[in-house]
Design a protein around this ligand. Structure first.
Ligand code: PAF
Length: 284
């Protein structure tokens, strides 16, 4: 059986409810489309784990700020449909904006604190849009497991918090970041980079690797790590650093002295693209 495309939320929910009543394990991969290897990896993980795999494809307007790239965000539905079908996905849920946000829509989910740091500073309201749409997706597609990329570490921390706080019965599975051969994290927004910017953009990964080497060598002072990372980023004039943060991976609280499970995260603008990347460390 090929992939089935569904636009209507009620039809989608009925299909999943029927599959659940037949004791099938349901996996959901929420996406905004324009698939790259990172998305395909999420689909493969879901396919390995679950009986029924649903990919949602919805460019969610509420997570884009004024002046951000909602209108220009890359879209290619037919290509995405074929790629998802090749991965053995059962359903592609692709609603219209009016199906998800009908007239009069006025309910939002906000994860306080976690949403206001790091990317939340440059993108106020972004994570409110993410938390709202992901809650809606969990209600429309009552999956047992939902798959998210580790590249969006802050998004993951927020979704985990939200699922815990709101008792949403879904297991959140994080999947390691998929990288190009030179280390650049895969992102739909990499398409905005011209060839010079594309080369310069690898500095995000190089800075993270520099941090990893220093941590391996025993460095535990976050300010020293950040300083060295900044120095490296400043060698690329096309890259404008937004932040480097070193924090715990649950509360996203900045650390001075490195310990436990921690996140080193970086965000920068390169030409039109705003890029993010991170590495996780477990220092016990
Ligand atoms: O990570 C994304 O692509 C989006 O933020 C998500 C989770 C699909 C919500 O729109």
């Amino acid at each position: 059986m090929g992939i089935e495309v569904i636009k209507n939320p009620e039809t989608m929910r009925e299909k999943i409810q029927r599959a659940r009543s037949e004791k099938h394990l349901i996996g959901l991969v929420p996406t905004m489309g324009f698939f790259h290897e990172g998305h395909l990896e999420l689909m493969r993980r879901a396919r390995e784990d679950c009986d029924v795999v649903v990919v949602s494809l919805f460019v969610n307007p509420t997570q884009f700020g004024v002046g951000e790239d909602f209108d220009d965000y890359p879209r290619d539905f037919e290509r995405d449909r074929v790629l998802a079908e090749k991965e053995g996905v059962d359903y592609l849920f692709a609603p219209d904006v009016s199906d998800m946000y009908p007239e009069g829509f006025s309910t939002y989910v906000e994860v306080k604190g976690l949403s206001e740091v790091m990317c939340g500073i440059a993108r106020p309201g972004h994570f409110r849009g993410v938390a709202t749409v992901v809650t809606k997706l969990f209600n429309i597609i009552p999956a047992h497991k939902a798959y998210f990329g580790q590249k969006d570490a802050q998004q993951l921390a927020i979704i985990r918090r939200m699922v815990t706080d709101l008792n949403i019965p879904v297991e959140i599975v994080s999947v390691p970041t998929v990288r190009e051969s030179d280390g650049l994290a895969m992102s739909s927004r990499n398409i905005y980079l011209d060839s010079e910017e594309r080369k310069a953009a690898t500095v995000l990964y190089r800075a993270l690797k520099r941090a990893a080497e220093m941590i391996d060598a025993g460095e535990r002072d976050a300010s020293v790590l950040k300083e060295k990372m900044k120095e490296l980023v400043s060698t690329e004039p096309l890259v404008s650093l937004e932040y480097i943060e070193i924090c715990d991976n649950i509360y996203l609280k900045p650390l001075q002295e490195l310990s436990g499970e921690l996140l080193v995260a970086i965000a920068a603008r390169v030409g039109r693209a705003r890029l993010i990347d991170n590495m996780l460390f477990d220092l016990g």
